[in-house]
Design a protein around this ligand. Structure first.
Ligand code: HEC
Length: 242
């Protein structure tokens, strides 16, 4: 071996050690910032994704996009790691299909990582969320509502779930105005149908109020959200007029 030959490997070894230190430094740093917060991820998923996607652990019923348990079932069966599934979900959030209905970048940065982390942890897994995850999303109890002076207030779930805060309502016969406050970012309207009536209010989100009026005879009606798939997912209730 010549001197230069023996020096070359040691220079490479130094380089390799340097690279290793760099990798450790980078991954150490990214570990700190990268670790997804699953509780936050679940909340964000319900807020903006669940209106289009079914995911059983999250209890979401959206039917506009694919069922995410089904979407990742084969990947699980192939033993794809959760971190790889997380990467796929993050990629989808950033780059949904061009011309598709899924909006790009609903979440960015750490928020996107949190959502993807949650989805990759639970998708196509049996069972239910436990511990902190089980109580991550506030459930606002549904309560019956009744008409006050010709007005009926039926608000949308503020967390983005596809339901109203009432599943039953009552009113007296005559002119009725239904009002719905929607604090969530998921678009909703308020509509009423039955006994030859079908009236639909404007679609609102982020604190908007949808209002619809109808003249109702005694009978049983359905109040619902007419946005695609929302009624089918459970965003409806019974209105009894006497
Ligand atoms: C307005 C409806 C809508 C919203 C909101 C939405 N998606 Fe989608 N998503 C879709 C549709 C539709 C598809 C199917 C592909 C396409 O048309 O773009 C899809 C595809 C996907 C896929 C790929 C599934 C597969 O079959 O491989 C993933 C993952 C996904 N969405 C995750 C999310 C996450 C996470 C969010 C929230 C940040 C979200 N989506 C919000 C409609 C939506």
């Amino acid at each position: 071996m010549s001197r230069s030959d023996s020096r070359a490997p040691s220079a490479r070894a130094l380089l390799a050690i340097g690279a290793l230190i760099a990798i450790v430094a980078v991954s150490g740093c990214s570990l700190k910032h990268d670790t997804p917060n699953l509780v936050h991820g679940k909340q964000l998923f319900v807020q903006k994704c669940g209106s289009c996607h079914q995911l059983s652990h999250a209890g979401t019923q959206g039917a506009v996009g694919p069922n995410l348990d089904d979407a990742f079932r084969q990947d699980r069966a192939n033993n794809l790691r959760s971190s790889d599934i997380r990467g796929l979900v993050e990629y989808w959030i950033e780059y949904p299909s061009v011309g598709g209905v899924m909006p790009a970048q609903l979440y960015k940065g750490q928020a996107a990582r949190d959502v993807a982390g949650y989805v990759s942890t639970v998708a196509a897994r049996p069972g239910q969320d436990s511990g902190e995850l089980a109580t991550a999303v506030q459930t606002v109890a549904q309560k019956p509502v009744s008409e006050q002076n010709g007005k009926l207030q039926i608000d949308a779930d503020p967390t983005g779930q596809l339901k109203f805060l009432a599943s039953s309502a009552s009113a007296t016969t005559g002119q009725l105005t239904l009002r719905m406050l929607n604090k969530s970012s998921v678009p909703h309207d308020i509509a009423v149908k039955g006994a030859g009536v079908n009236e639909v209010g404007p679609v609102v989100s982020n604190g908007g109020t949808s209002v619809v009026a109808a003249t109702l005879k005694p009978g049983t009606y359905t109040f619902y959200c007419s946005v695609d798939g929302h009624e089918a997912a459970g965003m409806k209730g019974t209105l009894t007029v006497k």
